[in-house]
Design a protein around this ligand. Structure first.
Ligand code: GRF
Length: 216
């Protein structure tokens, strides 16, 4: 049976677009069956609508508690029966209850070389520290912010003269390359996450994820 992916996003949706392209090309290992946004104007919603994908808007501003928001979000996500829930620029912190409900089926991409720089302003922090490299990490989601086990990580150089925007652009390009690969690994059952250990094809994944190498 075709594997199903639900995407949660809050903004422009360029990572969602890269996943959609991969699914249309047949390299994702499944199809995107639902896109949910917490923001009415999210560009990702428009992309999904043009592609004929079911969308849902759950506006967090209409909720007084995170728990009530997550309860409704979880209900909508569950109704799509996804094999994987992909966070693609979803700018809400999920409650432990939500994370537990979908444990092992939640993936995120973070624009840093985790465990460096969880949270916001990753590119500026890399620049401020004089790092020679930046990058992006796909990881499973746990209750710890950007703290779940890394699956796949890619590095890009920091160039002299970079500012946070130029660096973000270079990292975003690599995000678009690696997210579909990590999602494919999950959907084709190549990843096992048990008792705190993440395996790929039965072998331990390094603590900062498999290092992505450009095969093209
Ligand atoms: C990306 O940089 C991603 O790493 C972060 O949020 C941003 C989303 O961008 N989690 P987009 O909406 O996919 O273009």
């Amino acid at each position: 049976m075709t594997k199903r992916v639900a995407v949660l996003l809050s903004g422009r949706g360029s990572n969602f677009q890269s996943l959609l392209t991969a699914s249309l090309e047949g390299s994702l290992g499944g199809e995107i069956s639902l896109v949910v946004s917490n923001r009415p104007g999210a560009g990702g919603l428009t992309i999904a609508q043009h592609a004929g994908i079911e969308t849902a808007l759950i506006d967090h501003q209409r909720y007084t508690t995170r728990e009530a928001f997550d309860q409704d979000l979880g209900g909508v996500v569950d109704s799509a029966q996804p094999d994987l829930i992909v966070l693609a620029g979803f700018m809400r912190i999920l409650t432990p209850k939500f994370v537990a409900r979908f444990a092992g089926r939640l993936m995120n991409i973070h624009p840093s070389l985790l465990p460096l720089y969880p949270g916001l302003h990753t590119h500026q922090r890399a620049l401020d520290n004089g790092d020679s490299h930046a990058g992006a990490t796909v990881h499973y989601v746990t209750g710890e912010l950007d703290g779940g086990p890394p699956v796949l990580q890619a590095r890009v150089p920091v160039n002299s003269g970079d500012n946070a925007d130029t660096l973000a652009g270079r990292v975003l390009e690599i995000e678009h390359r690696i997210y579909p690969v990590a999602v494919n690994w999950h959907l084709t059952d190549r990843l096992t996450w048990q008792d705190g250990n993440l395996l790929k094809d039965g072998l331990p994944v390094p603590p900062s994820g498999e290092l992505w190498e450009d095969a093209s």
